[in-house]
Ligand binder design. Structure first.
Ligand SMILES: Nc1ncnc2c1ncn2[C@@H]1O[C@H](COP(=O)(O)OP(=O)(O)OP(=O)(O)O)[C@@H](O)[C@H]1O
Length: 292
């Protein structure tokens, strides 16, 4: 169990995170918030790269900073922009990192082919990484984070730059890996975590807004999400009064999905809220006013 206990982080006088309380056991956790909300800061504290201003982080009851190397042996980390050498093939790159991590040559020779198979790169083992697609690079990134068979795998915005097919492959790989470890995945893209996360953590105004299953989070908007069809020339006025979540053209008319909290009209079709709806609702621009 990994526990974040009343953690706050300031940069100088600027508070970024306040009184964060979280617990992680095996499974996938989606850390979901817009850019700048403090996801990377939290991840850097979980990986001991940053020290909390207040509070503590515990693994099995011990503070991670006091565990030092023992804790770092337990974590695998894929940073937001991970550096690699374009002229290396994945085998050379992983051998190099294994050496840096103090893994013996023999253990690396055994482990690296297994990992490249796991991330479906065994056919590209001799190919230079400079020729890889974004998805292939990210899979090498996962492989490097898995070199020490970590109990905690932390991935910062791992799907940036991936095409839709690569995203699906990546998600499936993460679900497999989470069976016997903690996987924490930060993203600002709802679909990256919606199908695989056991729990979603949303950060808003420096604090944890939700840490819950997708189902429970979506319940917050039960009875508030509707769809309606209208002519195009009505759309502008409608947007002034309601938070529009999505808009789709349909047979020359516009189908709008929106939030309404009061004065519900019978012609509106009530729909089941999704995580995307909650995300848009929680992080909406404050300009929309309910006037109807
Ligand atoms: N070393 C630092 N010194 C000062 N401010 C910082 C530092 N690192 C981050 N910040 C600020 O803290 C806030 C949170 O940044 P953080 O990188 O954690 O956000 P994020 O949610 O991960 O977003 P992104 O995905 O864009 O990195 C931002 O306002 C950022 O400018």
């Amino acid at each position: 169990m990994l526990t974040v206990n009343s953690v706050s982080k300031d940069f100088g006088n600027f508070p970024v995170l306040q009184d964060i309380q979280l617990e992680f056991s095996n499974g996938v956790y989606g850390l979901l918030a817009p850019n700048g909300a403090g996801k990377t800061t939290l991840i850097k504290m979980l990986t001991t790269l940053l020290f909390p201003t207040k509070g503590e982080i515990l693994y099995e009851g011990q503070t991670i900073f006091s565990m030092g190397e023992r804790y770092r042996d337990l974590i695998g980390y894929l940073p937001q922009n991970f550096g690699y050498y374009k002229n290396y093939n994945p085998n050379q790159y992983l051998q190099y990192l294994a050496a840096l991590k103090g893994i013996s040559k023999q253990a690396a020779n055994e482990k690296i082919p297994q990992l490249l198979k796991l991330v479906a790169l065994e056919d590209a083992i001799k190919k230079k990484m400079g020729k890889f697609s974004g998805g292939m690079i990210q899979r090498v990134g996962i492989a490097q984070a898995m070199l020490n068979d970590p109990k905690i795998l932390i991935l910062d915005e791992p799907t940036a730059g991936l095409d839709p097919k690569e995203r699906v492959r990546f998600r499936n790989l993460l679900s497999d890996l989470a069976r016997d470890r903690i996987v924490i995945l930060s993203t600002h893209i709802v679909s990256d975590v919606e199908s695989i996360a056991n729990e979603i953590i949303m950060i808003k105004d420096k604090r944890v807004l939700y840490k819950d299953s997708i189902q429970s989070i979506c319940q917050q908007l039960d009875g508030k999400v509707y769809e309606i069809e209208m002519d195009f020339d009505q759309v502008k006025a409608f947007r002034k009064n309601f938070l529009s979540l999505s808009e789709r053209q349909d047979n020359g008319r516009m189908n709008i999905r929106f939030i309404a909290e009061e004065n519900i009209r019978p012609e509106w079709k009530r729909v089941k809220p999704t995580l995307e709806d909650v995300f848009l609702y929680q992080y909406q621009d404050k300009e929309v006013e309910q006037k109807v």
